[in-house]
Every structure is written in structure tokens, then in C-alpha cells.
Design a protein. Sequence first.
Lengths: 741, 205
Amino acid sequence: MTSPGDAAPVKPPPSFSPGVPRVSSKTRYPERRDSSASLDPERVEPRIASPPTIPLSNTTDLPIRSGSPSARSVRSTTPQIGRTSLGSPLDGRADSALDTRSLIIRSFSPVVGVYSSPDTDELVRQKGFKGGFWELIRPFGENVPGKLVIRDSIGSSRGWEDYGVRFVDLGEICRAPNDPNQGRSSPLAQVEAVLAKQLDSTDGPPSGAIHPQDLVGLSSTSPLYKLYLRQLLSIASVSPHETFRHPVASVIAISSRNSAPLESLRQLYADTNNGQRKVPEWIHPEYLRYYVLVHDEDRDDITASTKLYDQMKRHFGLHCHLLRLRSNQCVVTDDDSVQVPECEWLSPSERLSERPEPLVDLDSDGLLYLFDSDVMAIKGFVRELIAQSVVPFMENRVAVWNDQVASRRRGISGRFMSMSRKWAGFGSSSRSSSGSGGASGNYNVSQGYYHYDHSEAILRKMADYAFMLRDWKLAASTYELLRSDYANDKAWKYHAGAYEMCAVSTLLNPLGAGSKIKVEAIDQMFDTACYSYLTRCSDAPTTLRCLTLAVELLRSRGGSAAESAAKWAMRAMDLGLVESVGQGLLSERISSCYASRPPPNGVRFGGRRRKAGMWSLFAADMWLRLGKPALASACLEEAERLYADVLGSDGVFPMPEMQTFVDNLRLSVKVGYLEARGLDIKEETGSTDPLDDEETSEKLDRRMNRRSLIGNLNPLDTATLAQLQTTRDGDSVPSDDFERA
Amino acid sequence: MSYYFTILSPTDVPLFNIAFGTSKSGGDGIARFRFPDAAQNTYMTQFIIHSSLDMLEEAQWMGGNMYLKHIDTYPPASAYISAFLTPSGTRFLLLHQPPQPNLPASGAAGAGGSIGSSTMSLSSSGMGGSGLFGGSGMGSSGRTSSSSIAANPTAPQTEEAVRQFMTEVYEGYVKTVMSPFYKRGMEIRSPVFRSKVSAAGRKWL
């Protein structure tokens, strides 16, 4: 227990504001930390808003996560074997690996467009959903209740618990091509903003619902990182080079209020074909149409609706559904009110724009409620849509395309065809394609896409369908087939995408897990993908997505793959793709990658404890610079845990500068944490600023004040502060020491 | 190219540290480490060395050689680590950081200091092809060959130059350790040894 009384001699804390270089002086000050008064006053940050009533004895050991019984400093750490060999590294890691895997898999779920008639949207708006029918069903698509059985290409079935689809406004898909040209900030900056917001919201009230400590898990994935991952994976908008965001199906909805239902259904259908909802040329237009009749339980007659529904079935076949909803708005106080689940997959821009809403109308709390019966109806509808229409449709398409397009390419004649295409002299003439663009094939060079009915585009779509149906073997082999085609056509974005997804699907393939897969080959693929994405297409968000996928999937492989995962994470940081919060998160991730490589059984060497510990310390340093001492202290503790094995029993680093750095870090984390807790430790002079969330800038201000106060322009803050402190404490310290600093 | 050389005892206690820069290609022999943050200069080398012990521990049981060659890389600072094992379990670790990973080495060397002699300017101008002609003159005189090692830290001639350096340091180390006033595990303070190490550094690196 490091109580203030028996603490080791404190070294001068480094200045940890971002601009100022960290001065680690070698001087030692025999001053005593007998009270909180010796805490550096510059660091003190009064948080008036937070309750200052926390007793001192409580707060002194707060920087350490509540799980640990005592506050240990690196210096005084005794390696706790019981702790390092806890269950958490083993089953926790396995859990989180499955977790991130599932997250990644779910991020590539099929997209279902939603196109509803004005009267349907009107009905839904009455229920409080401003976005109309799409907004109503959107949260329910993300997780299909119950098990979903999918057949793969060789006919074996497998059930999935976590299947889902994304409901997307069909208009959004059709508008997509202009999307990047809108003057918004880049998606990566948006991700960063979302993270910062999340951090602030959890960091603001120290005793909020979510403790900051929970944000950094021990060896499991921290929720913050999961949020980051989810944001990265949901950046992607509709683009030609991958078809994950192209609609697999579209829900066409009318309501029972419609006066001419069949006519309007026809109209809506015509819109999707050649009207304003027509998809761009590179999206396959033959997606599934699913017709929904929304029946108003409160106002309309069910018999009329049933009759209409029968009529619909006669006209449109099986892909119809009668959805019975109540049109009244549900409020919390209603008996069977159920809160609408939150959308898991919001894109960064949506997440940024949706938050302020609760502030606007406080009375409804910003949360929407539905009647239990409505929820049941929607869930049933979604399940039926996916299990009976979407999935069979996709299975069917994959089988057909596999038969018609892919097998031709796979066979010996296909090999010859692609070979002959390389020597374009006699190859191009024999090709049966319409040859719409460049000389080398079907690629439309000026627009940068393949027309949807060219074999390259169809193969890609088939591979993506197979991927979304979780038939990774077929997907991987198809992507592999495509890679050379795209390279020949110099379709770099397609090329990068094929390499990326080939690597991803190879890694996801559970059959490959047991056998020794060639990590080098996978690395090679990711490398090519990154190069194509970043250098040839300068598409930073997709590059980062690709790298993060590489990190996560390689990490979940364990062993030497985890090490290569760490390398990819470093690459992402090196390329300058991530900003401040991302840097911290990725450092943590690198640390956990290294930590997940345990030493071979029984041997003491072969682990990567030191590397893991080092990155954890760096992460702590980064969090501290970002003004998040709570996160920093969690990282610091993680580092201690990791270093416990490799350091001696006294827990001292053998190298002096390292020890100095760690000591300084510890101290500033502690100080930062205490002031974030609102412990008012500054007793003299300082102007108590009104509460201000901008920690770093505040700190800079404070420095100015302090300097002018002292009237000393010495740039070395540690020295001046130490001087100040020693004069205040009245200790007689040999002054030659810090003048050298 | 900047170098940081450490001798670690079997229990990871540093016995000897020295930082120096290359004396080849017009280098002035002063270490200029580049780390993302200037403030990291003091501790970063030690962190990298310390973290590479993970790899060293693994590598030292894999083969019978004393010279373990390049064992670890720290990509963010493009730092490379070569290691040498003595029979008593003492480790020699050399961290080397090429001048500017993205630029050709000749330009960076010229920026570092143009005090170089006229003979060196010849080799630095032909730096692009160093991988070829550097290897040919290896056996006869190490001086001409190792002048081009800054180009690529994992090239065979770099490994060779580091090996020569390590061997020479090892020789000096054995002599120092045999001194009756030296006890095992003590820090090596001998100025003779230090000058020998820096001489070896000048000669080979």
C-alpha cells in the first residue's frame, strides 16, 4: 500500500503537457511526500463540479483499478503470481477473440434497402420515428432472433446465432456516388471525434455509470476499442470496388392507408428499376424485392388488409409480408412499452449527429418506445424476411454464379482465357465481352468501375455474397481468382479489395485454424492491399480498416501471428492514419497483441512480456498527454502486471533512464488522477478556474500564470517548480543538484 | 547511422553503455537518434533494447552461434538490434538506426556532416549500388566495404561489419573481465575498454 506517508522519495515530475519536452532530470530530491501539499501545484486541477467530499484515504489509492486490493508502485511491486496466472488471460482472451471475430463478421452483413411509400412513413412518424419506416425497423435488423441456418456451396448447413442485416434507406445507396464530394470532414476525423466524445462523456463525471476503468480491460478487448473498431468498420459507404454495401434485397413497403395499394406498389417498384431510386451502373440491379404491407392496428380494418395481402401474394409471389403495427405513439408509462434498441452499426457521421437530440426534447428523454406487440411483429417480420427470402436468395445467386461464371474461370479453359488475356494480341479479339472501356478488358478506366454484368463484377459480387453467407472457403478462392484480373486491368481499388478480402476470408476460415497457415502469405496479401489502397488510391479510411482487420484477425490466431498483428498495428501508426485517441488505443492493442503471445509451456523465455509492457507504458504516456489519467493509470497497471515476470523481485528496471521515465509517469498519472477526481490539493495562490473540460489548454494557461507569478523565465519547469516546492516546504536541499538538471 | 551499444549481465543489468554515430561516409561519430518525440531520446533506446530481450531470450537457445545477427526491429523508430552472446551469458546488444529510412543514405549522410574525406565521397556517391560492390571487397579490407553499411541495416555486409565489431569488443571485454579488480556483475568503468569500444565502432561501423 503506497500511502503518502511511506512513499519512496519523489522525483521531480515531468511536465506532461503536449508541447513541452519531457525533461527527465537526474536529480533526486529527498523531499518527503508527507501530505498532499507536496503534490505539484501546477498539476492541480480543481474540478468544482465533482464532489470534493471524497475522503483523502479513499482517493490516495484510486489510480489503481478497483480490482486490485492495493496500490502498488513499479518500484515496490512484488510479482504477484496469483494475479498474473489468473483465469483472465486464458478464457478472457479466448472470449474476446471470439467477440472481435463476431464483430468483424457481423460488420460484413448484407444490406437490405428500404423504400416505403409516403403513407407508410406518415404512419410510422406518428409513432415518433422521424426517419420513417426505415428508422423503425433498422435496429431490429442487426440481430436476427434465433438461429439462422445457412447452406454453403458444398451443401453442408451451419446455424448462426448472430446473423443480421443492415437496413439502409434505398435513396442513400442511389445518392452514394456524390458522397465523398460533400464537404464533410474525413471519415477518420469523424471516428476520432466520436471517440473523443465518448471519452469525454465517460470521463466527465468521475463516478458516472461507466467507470473509465472499465474502458481499458485487462486482457480482453476494451469497450472503447470495440467502439473504435465498430466505427472503422462502418465507415464504408457504397462504392464500386466492393459489394458489401450494395443492396442484396429491398423492402418495398406500403400501408393499409393507401387508397390504391397495388398501383403504388407498382410505382415503387418502377422507381427502383428506372426511376429516382435506380441504382448506379455498377450495382447489380437484380436484387430481391420484398413487399410489405403495413397494417394499422389502431385505425384500419384487418379483414380489408388481409384481402389486400392475399392479392399481393397473388401478384408478387412469396416475397410478401403483412406487418401489423399500431399507429399510436407509445410512451414509457404504457403497460407493455419496450424501449427501442439502439443501433449498433451507426456510421461515424450518424453517431456524431444523433447525440444532441436527447438534449432537444428532454421530455421524451430522446428514447423511443414501442408496444410489445409491435416489437414482436417487427422481429417476426425481420426473421421471415431474412430466413425465408434474403438468405435463400443469396444462396441461390451464389450457386448460379458459381456454376455459370466461376467454374468457367476455374476450369482449364478459364485458365487459358485469363492467360491469353495477358498477351493481349490474340486474347482480346477472342473475348466475348462488350469491351466497354480500357484496352485490357472490361474495366471502365475513366469512371473507375466495372459494369455490373461483366464477369469481374459478378465474380466479386459472388465472392462477397459467399463471404456474407460465411462461406469463407468459397469466398477466399474466388477472391484469389479475381486478384490477377484486377491487376491486369490496373483496377487498383478492386485489386486492393480483392487482396484484402482474400486475406480476411482466409483468416476467418475456421478450417484453416487448425492447420498451419502461411502467415507470410497472409502478410503479403495485406501488404499488397495496403499499398494499393493507400499509395495507388490514397484511400486512408479503407487502408486503416484493412490494417485493423489484419491486426484483429491475426491476433485471434495467436502464436506468431499475434506478433505479426502487432507489426501491422505499428504500421498503421507509422503511416499516420490514426490520430491521438487512435494512437492510444492502438498502442494498447499492440501491447495486448504481444501479451497474447504466451511463452511456450513451462519455459520462461519466448513470451513477449517486455514488449507488451513497453507498449502499455507508451499507451499510458499517450493517455496522459491526452488528459485521460484514468485510462493512463489502467495502462500503467497493466504494464506493471506484464513487467512483473521479467523484472526482479524488487520490480526495479535495471536501466536507470527507464526507471526514471516510469517513476515520472507514475507520479504524473497519480497527480492527474487525483485532480480529475476533484481532490483539491492546491492550497495557495492559484486562481480556481471555473470548470473547464479542455484540460490541456487549461494546463497551458496555468503554466503562464505560474511563470509570471514566480517571475522566473527558466524554461525548465521541473527545476523551477522544485525550487518553489523546496522553498515552501522549507527543506534544505542542496541546490547544486537541480541547477544541473 | 546512429548506434547504441549495451552490455547486459545475464540478469539484465546493464554493465556498459555507449552511444556513438557512424564514422563512415563522412559521419562525425556522434549519435543522432530520431524518435517520434524529441523528449523520448533519453529513455527510448533503453526501452527498445530492453524489449528486444524477449527476442534474444528466444533466439539464444535456437542456435549455437555467439553472434545472433539481427534479432529484432522496432518499426516506429526503424531501429534494428543485433546481439552477441558470450559464453558466460552476458549479452552484447547493438541498436542501430539508419539515418533516414525513406531517403537514400547518401543524401542523409551528406546532411549529417560533410567533414568526410575525399575517398569517402566516392563511395557515398555510388551508394545506390552498395549492395553489390560492397560485398565484393569484404574479405580484403573491411574499411571500404563497411563504409556502405548505412544503406541497409539487414544487408549481409552490415551483419558482417557488426560481427567484426562484436568480436573486437568481445576481445576487449574478456581482457577487462579478467582484471583482478573486476568482479562479476560489476559495471565496467574501465576507460581503456571504453576507448577500445569506440575505436572498434570507428573501425567497423
